[in-house]
Design a protein around this ligand. Structure first.
Ligand code: PNS
Length: 161
């Protein structure tokens, strides 16, 4: 069984992430969507809130499992017996960071092979950060995230005021 880990902050999950998850689920037998900590980012949603939102969005995909971890990705991949790390590439600007991460993960775990899926053009401009910025000013995030995630963003920014 070929298992892939799709790690990320998912703060919150967008249609861009969902597109990558769907496509990975067609390639691998099982996809573990793993909510993890990016030390360079201060999350808006807790890990359990992010996990819950992803689980809801991916409920229709029978070979997708949602989980979270706090340590190194390379260790998590080893523990799960996974064969690949899936990452989405939106633009050239993503490449440098992704390239460094892929090489480092392979150094830490020679079996951690990174597979890049190129984002659909309609999602190439989409990021969780931009969605949060729009939502924080009361803007419309329709078409970028699900109605449920849009509602969770609205609640979060109302409660944070
Ligand atoms: O969605 P993001 O923020 O781009 O995801 C980045 C993430 C969470 C996958 C990355 O920061 C990560 O792998 N965190 C776990 C800690 C780790 O292994 N860091 C070393 C990466 S080479």
């Amino acid at each position: 069984m070929k298992i892939a880990v799709y790690p990320g902050s998912f703060d919150p999950i967008t249609f861009g992430h969902l597109d990558i998850i769907e496509r990975a689920s067609l390639i691998f037998d099982r996809v573990l969507v793993a909510v993890s900590i990016n030390p360079g980012k201060q999350p808006l949603f807790s890990m359990s809130e992010r996990t819950e939102m992803i689980a809801r969005e991916c409920a229709y995909l029978s070979n997708v499992v949602v989980c979270s971890f706090k340590g190194l990705l390379s260790d998590f991949v080893r523990e799960q017996g996974a064969h690949a790390i899936v990452r989405g590439l939106r633009a050239i600007s993503d490449f440098e960071y992704e390239f460094q991460m892929a090489l480092m993960n392979r150094k830490l775990n020679p079996y951690a092979e990174t597979v890049f899926l190129v984002a659909k053009p309609e999602y190439s401009f989409l990021s969780s950060s931009i969605v949060k910025e729009i939502a924080s000013f009361g803007g419309d995030v329709k078409g970028l995230v699900s109605d449920y995630v849009a509602l969770r963003l609205k609640e979060k920014f109302l409660n944070n005021r």
